[in-house]
Write a protein of this length. Structure first.
Length: 240
């Protein structure tokens, strides 16, 4: 594809639109992962989390042709993202130290951000690589454009989470929806869900609803059980 030609600009526009649509998920997971950090570390976590996420995505983009040959990749990524969406809510009552998605340490947040982006960045990588038609200059430009989008989006989401904690549930729901989309677009499962061009719409909607309801419901139950278990432990069997 000739540099700065009409097809080149058309492909660049497509990549920008892909980044705008798909970067929202990344912004949400970065903001939720960093929400329990001290204020002075939140901005640092957003910036470096974005850098780590973009680095992972760059590597994935370079090997996208190989990735496409891995059967079950989208399914595994979707299931992993469901677990992260669940943990973002379930761990909010006690923070899970360095190892929980709502981590209270800088490196704990970094780990969650990079892992989550690696899982849900598959769609973005495939979309950008497809729109670029093999033009690596467009792939690089697309990755660079996604950086300010994710940083700005993460900052805005984090401010909203501080004011409206219910957004944690909304964010987890969005991640669960993204996971469902990855699962239903898995080529191995095309016999059940169809392909993108001819999807089994009703079944896909049913799976999406089940994923969102399942994640939010089980995570909410987990947050309700923790205070009761802690109270029981403090009371002790002989003090009841």
């Amino acid at each position: 594809m000739e540099f700065m030609s009409a097809p080149w600009w058309s492909a660049l526009l497509a990549i920008i639109l892909i980044d705008l649509v798909l970067a929202g998920d990344n912004a949400i997971v970065i903001a939720l992962a960093a929400r329990n950090l001290p204020k002075h570390l939140q901005k640092k976590a957003i910036v470096w989390g974005t850098v780590g996420a973009i680095t992972v995505r760059t590597v994935m983009t370079l090997v996208v042709v190989w990735l496409l040959k891995i059967p079950g990749l989208m399914l595994v990524g979707g299931l992993g993202l469901l677990w992260i969406a669940y943990k973002l809510i379930a761990d909010q009552s006690d923070g899970d130290g360095e190892h929980g998605p709502a981590a209270t340490t800088f490196w704990g947040a970094m780990k969650t951000i990079v892992i989550a982006d690696a899982l849900m960045g598959i769609d973005n990588v495939l979309g950008v690589a497809g729109a670029a038609h093999g033009a690596m200059d467009l792939v690089v430009i697309g990755l660079l454009i996604s950086v300010p989008i994710v940083v700005f989006g993460s900052t805005m989401v984090l401010k909203l989470v501080d004011r409206f904690p219910v957004i944690i549930y909304l964010g987890a729901g969005v991640l669960a929806w993204t996971a469902a989309s990855m699962i239903t677009n898995e080529p191995v499962l095309a016999g059940w869900f169809g392909v993108r061009e001819a999807p089994e719409t009703v079944l896909r909607w049913a799976v999406a609803a089940l994923c969102v309801a399942g994640v939010l419901g089980t995570a909410w139950l987990a947050t309700q059980r923790k205070p009761a278990a802690e109270a029981s432990a403090e009371t002790g069997p002989g003090q009841a």
